[in-house]
Design a protein around this ligand. Structure first.
Ligand SMILES: [Zn+2]
Ligand SMILES: [Zn+2]
Length: 254
């Protein structure tokens, strides 16, 4: 699997885009920056979109992708998430006030966006990929995903504070090749991180002890204003499993 980090940050600023990971050019995980970070002919090639939770930095570009690709695809973007997140997006974003309801445009029978409601811990198939959605500890009814294709499985926790279940399930994958998770705030903001259910480098050091062993770890969702400090504090952990998603539009092959 090729994982392209279109945007891997927890904020927006020149050079920093919010969460959108593109698998093999066609499966998108979160839509924080898929419109601003991909050419329109690349956006059109996306078939399926997994949405982890309803925070704006993970859903905003659903609006702009729908607008960009309106009438160009011939079939909808298939969005996969669970009921509370669908409800939040429909109520607060695609509500014909903030943005048009692209689940009914151009027609209800052939819309630009189509929701598929999933249940946590029930595996489902999207194209060549088997996806296991797992609840994680973050507001907005957040999900992580374990995505598997052939002999390769990858964990994507997306936003989360300290959590348990996804690590228990991940240990059942003998083909696990990588873990993508998050560190948002520096150690001095640990209270903010705990209150908002995110990680600091210090809390991540403990989190790693719960993860499957020996699998490379990719840390994203760094807040742009703290990136230099986060680099220092993550480096000080001295863990050579760790990679940092410090630059957007980078790709990894597994
Ligand atoms: Zn976020
Ligand atoms: Zn969030």
């Amino acid at each position: 699997m090729m994982v392209r980090i279109v945007g891997g940050h927890g904020g927006v600023s020149p050079g920093f885009r919010t969460t959108s990971y593109l698998i093999d050019g066609k499966l998108l995980i979160d839509a924080g920056s898929a419109a601003s970070g991909l050419q329109i002919d690349e956006q059109v090639l996306i078939d399926n979109i997994l949405i982890s939770h309803s925070h704006l930095d993970h859903i905003s570009d659903l609006a702009f992708m729908a607008d960009n690709c309106f009438g160009l695809k011939g079939k909808p973007f298939e969005i996969h998430t669970h009921g509370p997140v669908k409800k939040a997006i429909m109520t607060h974003l695609l509500n014909d006030i903030i943005w048009p309801d692209f689940t009914a445009l151009p027609t209800k029978d052939n819309p630009t966006l189509h929701f598929n409601v999933l249940e946590a811990e029930q595996k489902f198939q999207v194209g060549e990929y088997t996806v296991m959605p797992v609840r994680v500890n973050h507001p907005g009814d957040a999900l992580g995903f374990i995505v598997e294709k052939g002999n390769c499985a990858i964990v994507f926790t997306q936003d989360t504070g300290p959590t348990e279940r996804i690590w228990e399930l991940a240990k059942g994958y003998s083909n696990l090749k990588a873990i993508f998770t998050e560190v948002s705030f520096p150690n001095k903001l640990e209270k903010v991180a705990i209150d908002s259910q995110h990680h600091t480098p210090a809390t991540m050091a403990h989190e790693i002890t719960k993860m499957p062993a020996d699998v490379p770890i990719f840390l994203g969702h760094l807040k742009p204003n703290y990136q230099p400090l986060l680099f220092q504090e993550i480096d000080a952990l001295g863990n050579d499993r760790i990679n940092i998603l410090g630059s957007d539009d980078t790709s990894y092959v597994f």
